[in-house]
Ligand binder design. Structure first.
Ligand code: ASP
Length: 313
């Protein structure tokens, strides 16, 4: 059996962040990557590691996922998530779910306990109930920040506040020591989106893709553009054609910009443990842990907020 050096990369969403938010988001993303890495070091699977990292960030109100999600046009959170296992291509996704704090966990149950890939809205709620999955009151998924943004956007003549200003979707990709890759991505979607709008995040090949034969990807950006490009699958395709994760990420993001003038961000790992964290937006908090070193950044070329740190044993 081959033993690989485990790798995990985590992102906190592409967008435009103020200085103080850059730092706090980066800190949380670093913590999530470290937690996932510990699990990998103890022999945990890539699937467990990406779930662990995603759940940590879903539980943090700073991010546009889980309890920090942005609200739809009616002021309600509707959450999307995907998880994918590169070993079997097993995939679970949930779309437009309510009253669920950790959609990534529910997505994993869809993967493991049903013959389907994606459940949405009412069907997902019904499945959650059958599985005894905890439902939470809607208010526990609504932060003051999300409500204020929703209210501001409703005002006639207001300049819409994009969800990507300072609020990020979250995602993780990992390679475990058995050579398996996995991805997870979770989001509240776009601020003031139409009720029932589903973005790229739960769509296989959009919000994420994982295949042991090449690698794994998690994406962030405007879902409508990512879906049109099938960005995650496109990046995997570029890796299949021989590109490194960093080249494949740059090429995929560049195609999305050229074709649709839409910015985005991606994290990528291949089955040899090479990785990349790339974005064409101003910012994307990201952290990667491998070989007992933590790499991190939030703005290209910003030496104050990017760097490396040894991971204590
Ligand atoms: N891709 C997400 C969506 O459109 C949003 C984001 O990544 O910021 O639902």
């Amino acid at each position: 059996m081959c033993t690989r050096n485990p790798v995990i990369i985590v992102h906190g969403g592409c967008g435009n962040y103020t200085e103080d938010r850059k730092e706090v988001c980066l800190l949380e993303v670093r913590k999530a990557a470290l937690q996932g890495y510990r699990l990998l070091q103890q022999g945990g699977s890539a699937l467990d590691a990406v779930e662990e990292a995603a759940v940590i960030l879903e539980n943090h109100p700073l991010f546009n996922a889980g309890c920090g999600s942005v609200l739809n046009e009616c002021g309600e959170p509707e959450l999307d998530a995907i998880i994918m296992d590169g070993k079997s291509l097993g995939t679970g996704a949930v779309a437009a779910v309510r009253n669920i704090a950790n959609p990534t966990k529910l997505a994993r149950l869809v993967m493991e306990q049903t013959k389907h890939v994606m459940l949405s809205d009412r069907g997902a709620a019904r499945f959650a109930k059958t599985m005894g999955f905890p439902e939470v009151p809607m208010e526990s998924l609504v932060t003051e920040r999300a409500s204020e943004r929703w209210r501001r956007n409703l005002q006639p003549g207001s300049t819409p506040v994009d969800s990507q200003i300072e609020l990020g979707t979250i995602g993780a990709v990992a390679l475990d020591s058995d050579g398996n890759v996995a991805c997870a991505t979770s989001t509240g979607g776009l601020t003031n989106k139409m009720v029932g709008r589903v973005g790229d995040t739960p769509c296989i090949g959009g919000g994420g893709y994982a295949d042991n034969q090449s690698g794994a990807v998690s994406t962030t950006g405007t879902g409508e553009a990512i879906m049109k490009m099938t960005l995650a699958r496109l990046i995997v395709f570029h890796m299949e054609q021989g590109m490194s994760p960093a080249e494949a990420a740059d090429t995929g993001l560049q195609s999305m910009w050229t074709r649709l003038q839409s910015h985005g961000g991606v994290i990528v790992v291949n089955n040899a443990g090479d990785w990349g964290a790339k974005f064409t937006s101003e910012n994307m908090p990201w952290a990667a842990a491998t070989g007992d070193v933590l790499f991190y950044g939030v703005a290209v070329g910003d030496v104050r907020t990017s760097g490396t740190a040894d991971i204590p044993q």
